[in-house]
Design a protein around this ligand. Structure first.
Ligand code: NOJ
Length: 596
């Protein structure tokens, strides 16, 4: 396996020679982020390494276990860096690796300067970072600072008494008529307030009870955050993905949720009155001293609000995750069937909303969403490979920095859940108690929805080979059951198959990285209403590319609009074809990229 991987890696490294961008791979060069760049604009955009990057997200618990305890760890990731590098991605986003009691798998941090014991030690982290840099890749960390764990030393102090010096690090309120201070709800079910018996006051938790919200209006809290950011930046990390960052500034007076926000409270919690001020301060105090990237998880931010967070002249964030596309298949938390014109409309709206001063992200999966091939492709044995490749073609040719979630490069699928005991996610367990135990929803209906939408679909272990537990761990039991399809779907099998999704993804990534038009080029949707075909162009002046994707199981004869004729076929998930001129004969889930 190792020899095979090395050979493939060398092959891909050779393919990529000369394709790397003008990326400066030094960890930090003390260059202010906002200083005018000497580089000439490309199609109106200031070139930046993070605009040209392809990001790979690792959920460490489920990536690779090196010590046989059934839980993924940092050494496991280090052992697979050639696998990641071979894909042609150049930035790794590591989901939280900090000390945590794991109420929400690390998104509840007990100590920001310590590595989670299950994941290893600080020496293991340093080794991982070194391995990443040796391969000329970069590392961004998850910055989870809307809340901490209730086991964080600040909260342990804060809850002791009303006059404790850490009291004001969190959001405490007296009961109102014996009830919570307002009607805010938690994303993990129930009230967002928890009564603490020691002082008889409630604390705010927009997520689990064990995730108390920090009080960002306290300057001491903000300085603590900037210090911990500098701790990791000084180690050489290249930026942060910022967890629910638009929630850090709470509305003045904490008013009740109006009825129209009950189903989507994120739009009420986000974009509080001091958000811009705090982000600019964070930029000034920490980020601007390093050459790093930031991406905000912008749950609750509308497209219209986006430029106010990412316009480069404002010095707030480099880009955000907009959820319109990834949650197109959800109505609240319930699955809904989506249509291709809806998806195309979202990309067009994003393109129109952002000018050359703002940058976008492209993603259709992460650790909070189901598997991309199950949610947006077709995970039946007949179409899984073709549709996973078609989605990779789209994700790597749209406008914005692509974020790819671990295992999607193998076409890993949703898990066939049949019982509540198979889930680990606190969101699912709490929702079961709130809905099924109270007889509001039947167990069957609940499970049917979770099979399509649950976050655990993407959190099952990576499938490395066809040995027990898919090669994820040598322990008898993995932390979460491995998808039984690991016998057919695994990295070892895909490595040995030149037509695999993994190798196709690597070719697509290489194509993107050597083609400035896929990064900075204009985007035009050629046929917004077509229900099966997604056809678009990316162009910088005369350097023009055409992408045609069949998003259906039908064979489709498609006449290109606007007198466009195909040129050189650069890549297709079905190899060469005889089509010339303006009419294409597309197989089910066929994807083609032309220069024209
Ligand atoms: C968003 C994270 O992506 C999710 O996994 C987590 O549960 C919440 N924020 C709370 O931190």
């Amino acid at each position: 396996m190792i020899v095979a991987r090395l050979m493939v890696f060398l092959l891909l490294a050779t393919c990529l020679v000369g394709t790397s961008s003008a990326t400066d791979n030094r960890a930090q060069d003390a260059k202010p982020q906002s200083a005018p760049s000497p580089a000439a604009a490309i199609n109106g955009y200031q070139p930046k390494w993070w605009k040209e990057a392809i990001v790979y997200q690792i959920y460490p618990r489920s990536f690779k276990d090196s010590n046989g305890d059934g839980i993924g760890d940092l050494k496991g990731i280090t052992s697979e860096l050639d696998y990641i590098h071979g894909l042609g991605v150049n930035v790794i986003w590591l989901s939280p690796h900090y000390d945590s009691p794991n109420a929400d798998n690390g998104y509840d941090i007990r100590n920001y300067r310590k590595v989670m014991t299950e994941f290893g030690s600080m020496a293991d982290f340093d080794e991982l970072l070194k391995g990443i840099k040796q391969r000329h890749m970069k590392l961004i960390l998850d910055l989870v600072v809307n809340h901490t764990s209730d086991e964080h030393a600040w909260f342990v102090e804060s809850r002791k008494s009303k006059d404790n010096s850490y009291r004001d690090y969190y959001i405490w309120r007296a009961p109102k008529d014996g009830q919570p201070p307002n009607n805010w709800t938690s994303f993990f079910s129930g009230s967002a307030w928890k009564l603490d018996p020691t002082t008889g006051e409630y604390y705010l938790h927009l997520f689990a009870e064990k995730q108390p919200d920090l009080n960002w209006d306290n300057p001491k809290v903000r300085n603590e955050v900037y210090d911990l950011m500098k701790f990791w930046l000084d180690k050489g990390v290249d930026g942060f993905r910022m967890d629910v960052i638009p929630f850090i500034s709470k509305r003045e007076g904490l008013p009740d949720l109006p009825p129209e926000y009950m189903a989507k409270p994120q739009y009420f919690y986000a974009m509080g009155p001091h958000l811009h001020e705090y982000l600019q301060e964070m930029n000034r105090e920490a980020l601007s001293k390093y050459d790093v990237m930031t991406v905000g998880e912008a749950f609750g931010v509308t497209l219209e609000q986006t430029p106010s967070l990412v316009d480069e002249r404002r010095n707030e964030l480099d880009m955000i995750f907009n959820f319109d596309a990834v949650r197109l298949n959800r109505d609240g938390e319930v699955w809904r069937d989506w249509t291709l014109p809806e998806l195309k409309a979202i990309y067009t709206q994003q393109n129109q909303a952002l000018d050359v001063h703002s940058w976008n992200t492209i993603f259709l999966s992460n650790h909070d969403n189901p598997r991309v091939v199950s949610a947006f492709g077709n995970d039946s044995p007949q179409y899984r490979v073709a549709s996973a490749k078609a989605l990779a073609t789209m994700l790597l040719t749209l406008k914005g920095t692509p974020f790819i979630y671990q295992g999607d490069e193998l076409g890993m699928t949703n898990y066939p859940f049949t019982s509540i005991d198979q889930f680990d996610d606190i969101a699912v367990k709490n929702a079961w108690k709130a809905m099924v135990v109270t007889n509001q929803v039947s167990a069957d209906a609940f499970l049917a929805n979770m099979r399509k939408t649950s976050r655990d679909n993407s959190r099952t272990p990576m499938q490395w080979d066809n040995s027990r537990n898919g090669g994820f761990t040598t322990a008898p039991k993995a932390r979460l059951a491995v998808n039984p399809n690991f016998l057919e779907i695994n990295a070892k099998q895909e490595f040995s198959d030149p037509n695999s999704i993994y190798h196709y993804f690597a070719q697509m990534a290489a194509l993107r990285r050597k083609t400035p038009a896929f990064v900075y080029g204009d985007y035009t949707d050629l046929d917004p209403a077509h229900p099966k075909i997604f056809a678009y162009t990316r162009a910088i002046g005369a350097d023009k590319y055409l992408v045609v994707l069949n998003f259906s199981t039908d064979v489709v004869t498609y006449k290109l609009p606007d007198a466009i004729k195909v040129g050189d076929l650069l890549i297709s998930n079905f190899g060469k074809n005889a089509d010339r001129g303006d009419t294409l004969h597309l197989k089910s889930w066929e994807a083609r990229v032309y220069k024209y």
